[in-house]
Ligand binder design. Structure first.
Ligand SMILES: [Zn+2]
Length: 356
């Protein structure tokens, strides 16, 4: 399942490829017949909120996206959904990202790769056609939604949700979600209040999209390590300052992810601690892995998928356990309540009671 930064990248790609254009929409699979209702409408914009993608359509160029006639296609990729883009060279993603080689997310096909790459792990698959060949690409029979613009097309397959909502429906989606660190209108205090009021473990709360939107399994594990927080500590035992600190750390981490398609959470001084160790890298292929200029995937994380390897900071063996239906990873020494309490007490003696 893609983490929120990938959905924000998808919104940017859709805007870059189709924004302001009158587009054709259809449902080759037939399971989204409402696609006909917005066929030949103008794709006015796209936005992400956590893992929800909202694509705005208006009947005429002159209609503002805030107008009541606006319709949004709400998409949630879930575990198996993915988008495939095809078009003229540089279509969509090059504009969105400014990179000559366009590969996005954790498991993608490079530009020009043969059709059929899955891309499903992070919801992305990219094809640049050298000519107008893209116009002849037959949709896969499972294509729920096809959008055709002037310079390319986008096919959506396998989403958990794909429906048309009006302004009220869009508002309901946004209100149901916790704040998203990648949205400018996000209110971090909503996140702080929810965490402080909860008996659930902070590692569970970070995966709850009603509490904070867009954080997935990698950001959960890494943010907790960076905060030196035990994933099993109940939210109510934290202080507002600690929870705010998690948020303020996540914002630049996720912005980096949205900009580059890569998750990198390690500080430079911690990356080469065990250069001799061959680290496991299953399931964590990332955008740009072959580029010498980027942080290699085996150096990108503190704890994610590093169970049974030594902690980059203290050398203790990283542990893993099931939590909120996904595996959580942590360093039992750096992230113990005791270590956190000791450092916190020194920094904030007046608030130390909160950890008692
Ligand atoms: Zn450690």
């Amino acid at each position: 399942m893609p983490e929120g930064h990938t959905v924000h990248r998808l919104a940017s790609a859709l805007e870059a490829g189709f924004g302001g254009q009158r587009v054709r929409t259809s449902s080759p699979q037939g399971r989204f017949p409402e696609a006909a209702d917005i066929d030949r409408w103008v794709l006015a914009g796209a936005e992400a909120a956590g893992k929800q993608l909202l694509i705005a359509f208006v009947p005429e160029e002159s209609v503002a996206p805030g107008d009541p006639v606006t319709r949004w296609v709400r998409v949630h990729l879930g575990l198996y959904g993915s988008w495939t883009f095809a078009g003229e060279p540089g279509f969509a993603l090059a504009h969105a990202i400014g990179a000559p080689r366009v590969r996005i997310g954790e498991r993608e096909s490079p530009v020009g790769a043969p059709r059929g790459g899955t891309g499903a792990a992070d919801g992305y698959d990219v094809h640049d056609a050298a000519t107008d060949d893209w116009r002849d690409l037959a949709p896969r029979p499972t294509t729920r939604l096809r959008i055709i613009g002037r310079h390319g097309l986008a096919d959506l397959t396998g989403p958990t949700a794909c429906e048309i909502v009006d302004a009220e429906g869009r508002r309901a989606v946004l209100e149901r979600l916790g704040p998203d660190p990648l949205r400018e209108d996000a209110d971090p205090e909503r996140f702080v209040r929810r965490v402080l009021a909860s008996r659930s473990a902070i590692g569970v709360l970070l995966m709850n999209q009603d509490v904070i939107a867009g954080v997935g399994n990698i950001y959960r594990a890494e943010a907790l390590f960076r905060a030196r927080l035990d994933p099993f500590v109940p939210g109510k035992y934290l202080t507002a300052g600690m929870v705010r600190g998690i948020w303020e750390d996540l914002v630049p981490l996720m912005e980096y992810g949205a900009r580059t398609g890569r998750i990198v959470t390690t500080e430079p001084e911690h990356r080469d601690v065990e250069a001799r160790i061959m680290e496991r890298s299953r399931g964590t292929r990332q955008n740009g892995d072959e580029d010498p200029g980027v942080v290699a995937r085996e150096k990108s994380f503190y704890v994610y998928h590093r169970q049974s390897l030594p902690c980059r900071v203290c050398g203790t063996i990283i542990r893993s356990a099931e939590m909120a239906a996904r595996t959580v990873y942590w360093c039992p020494r750096c992230q113990s309540v005791r270590s956190r309490r000791a450092s916190w007490t020194r920094e904030h003696p007046a608030e130390a009671w909160a950890l008692a």
